[in-house]
Design a protein around this ligand. Structure first.
Ligand code: PGA
Length: 254
């Protein structure tokens, strides 16, 4: 597995330029924690400003359109976010799957567009509470992921990260048990090995997301096959986000 943990903050629809000071503070402190790879995905309107503000951390987008350009009022292409300074795109977040009806097939197209524009992809997947209660979480998530990932990916180790985010854990304060996380990540790893072969698949980090906070980060990040975290609410202030980055650094030292 890739050795540096990857901690990504997803600001969702939060943030105006007043929040640039948080990005700056996150960046400055991350410079002292080089054993952790840190990134932020601000809203589209802040990508360029955050990109200019930071030196160390990565900057990415929360979505992109599948088409290169054209008559799509209000949409943003992969080339546009890359031009603004994004180095990666989060795709397939459950809020986009649900609120915007994004299908696995569309996400496969979007990921191809992001890769074509020279960016990396963080592909999200996750089950509802009902699916977990039915005991079908792993089969659902691996099927969803398989159908969303780009086909014929030659170098997944360089361009792909997966984020497992159980929908019922997002923004709720609830998290799965460490055993459940480890077991899901193992199932995802097995799928990646099937798709890309062991050598490439081993280097793809699988992040956990859903109510990660400084208080639970160490435990979740210590679970088998967890290569980092995708953080929503707790990424909105430098104080809480850096608490998670610090936890990742401590897990690295163990
Ligand atoms: P949360 O969100 O940390 O606020 O639960 C995680 C996510 O949606 O990526």
């Amino acid at each position: 597995m890739a050795d540096r943990p990857y901690i990504v903050g997803n600001w969702k629809m939060n943030g105006t330029r007043a929040m640039l000071s948080e990005a700056r503070a996150i960046d400055r402190s991350s410079q002292r924690l080089m054993k952790v790879e840190v990134a932020l995905a601000p809203p589209f309107t802040l990508i360029h400003a955050v990109h200019r503000e930071v030196e160390q951390i990565g900057v990415g987008a929360q979505d992109c359109h599948a088409a290169e350009e054209g008559a799509y009022t209000g949409d943003i292409s992969a080339a546009m976010v890359a031009d603004a300074g994004a180095k990666f795109v989060i795709l397939g977040h459950s809020e986009r799957r649900e609120n915007h009806g994004e299908t696995n097939a569309l996400l496969r197209e979007k990921s191809a567009a992001a890769l074509e524009a020279g960016m990396r992809v963080i592909m999200c997947c996750g089950e509802t509470e009902e699916t977990r209660d039915e005991g079908k979480a792993e089969s659902f998530v691996t099927r969803q992921l398989k159908a969303s990932l780009p086909e014929n990916l030659e170098n997944p180790a360089d361009v792909l990260t997966v984020a497992y985010e159980p929908i019922w854990a997002i923004g709720t304060g609830r998290t799965p048990t460490v055993d459940d996380v480890a077991s899901m990540h193992k199932a995802i790893r097995a799928l990646l090995v099937d798709l890309y072969g062991e050598e490439q698949a081993d280097e793809v980090r699988i992040l956990y997301g859903g109510s990660v906070k400084p208080e639970n980060a160490k435990e979740l990040l210590s679970a088998d096959e967890v290569g980092g975290a995708l953080v929503g609410g707790a990424s909105l202030t430098a104080e809480s986000f850096l608490g998670i980055v610090l936890a990742a650094a401590e897990v690295q030292d163990q």
